[in-house]
Design a protein around this ligand. Structure first.
Ligand code: PBG
Length: 358
């Protein structure tokens, strides 16, 4: 196996040869297209930090999904911008919630398209956290005004830390609302639920609630290893879901921790997750590769808003070739071990792959 007998360049001499021996093949069939649904009709409100992405009313969402499905994208994941936010996340689980409306419309118009419902409360909570906020010092939980007023005061890191100490995100109280949300989404027609909140025990709580509600066939795609990441910024603009005080580090993972990520995945697998997801994607390729060795479950990766935004920004300046760079990242995510990739490039990638499969 030594030069000059071994010459790895022999198989790189033509497109046909390279295609023949390509190890990772990207196809639209493994891509999931994230969509943001908002109230109204004929609404297409661009998200400034995510060129090409918009908040869509249900009618526009159906159009967007129809086009993507026509390009070979099998699935969408839905995020909602509710009419009103409160401290019970009512918009997440009410019968006529915005995602529930979108799911009904999609299943009516495009029955073969897989509809995944993201299960989280941050878009629906007045304080923007993924769970119920409880004060450690008061008897009753703080109202939104208290929380917002306090957060305005918390200008320094020390003040922010003090606030984080005063308020906690109550794990077990949140589980009930998450479970209720999952049941409501499945009743509205979603084919799969995807909890992204990072509360402990949510997969078991959701599995139990779905089974009790007669939906034992609805799969759970768990955001199992989800890091507290700077790369979710543009999403929070898109979904209007930025926390009004503090941050998400008391529930999302510390990005320094790889072994803990495997524990999160192990727990979710035991609690009944059908698909395990890692997020963000490009900063977690090592974990995808490790998870591929550890688990026989299908693996997913979420190429998040900030990953999309940085590629878009560089492409807009002419600093990167948008198509080549996007396809390269998606291929790397698949090579690392992802069977399923959630990406804002899904529709474009399907177009590119139809022109030039790779
Ligand atoms: C909800 C949720 C978030 C993302 C997916 N589900 C935001 C967050 O955790 O703050 C991020 C997706 C993206 O950045 O594209 N909890």
């Amino acid at each position: 196996m030594r030069f000059p007998t071994t010459r790895l360049r022999r198989l790189r001499q033509s497109a046909a040869l390279r295609n023949l021996v390509r190890e990772t093949r990207l196809t639209p069939e493994s891509l999931v297209y994230p969509l943001f649904v908002c109230p109204g009709k004929g609404v297409r409100r661009p998200v400034s930090s995510m060129p090409g992405v918009a908040n869509l009313s249900v009618d526009e969402l159906v159009k967007e999904a129809r086009e993507a499905h026509g390009l070979g994208i099998p699935a969408v994941i839905l995020f909602g911008l509710p009419e009103k936010k409160d401290e019970a996340a009512t918009g997440a689980w009410e019968d006529n919630g915005i995602v529930q409306q979108a799911a009904r419309a999609l299943k009516r118009e495009l029955p073969e398209l897989l509809v995944i419902g993201d299960v989280c409360l941050c878009e629906y909570m007045s304080h923007g956290h993924c769970g119920v906020v409880r004060s450690r010092t008061r008897q009753r939980p703080p109202g939104p005004r208290v929380v917002v007023a306090k957060s305005a005061q918390a200008a320094t890191a020390a003040a922010a830390e003090a606030m984080a100490q005063e308020f906690e995100i109550a794990n077990d109280e949140t589980l009930e609302i998450l479970a209720k949300t999952a049941v409501s989404l499945v009743h509205a027609g979603v084919d799969m639920v995807a909890p992204s909140d990072m509360m402990d025990g949510r997969v078991a709580a959701i599995r139990q609630a779905l089974d009790a509600a007669g939906s034992s066939n609805a799969p759970i795609l768990s955001y199992a290893a989800k890091f507290a990441s700077a790369f979710y910024g543009p999403f929070r603009e898109a979904a209007d879901s930025a926390p009004q005080f503090g941050d998400r580090r008391s529930y999302q993972m510390d990005s320094a921790n790889g072994r803990e990520a495997l524990r999160e995945m192990e727990l979710d697998a035991r609690e009944g997750a059908d698909i395990l997801m890692v997020k963000p994607a490009i900063t977690s390729l090592d974990l995808l590769a490790r998870a591929r060795q550890h688990f026989e479950l299908p693996l997913a990766a979420y190429q998040v808003s900030g990953e999309y935004a940085m590629l878009e920004a560089a492409a807009q300046r002419g600093w990167l070739d948008r198509r080549a760079a996007a396809l390269e990242t998606l291929t790397a995510i698949a090579r690392a071990g992802a069977d399923v990739i959630m990406t804002y490039f899904a529709a474009d990638a399907a177009r590119w792959l139809a022109e030039d499969p790779r």
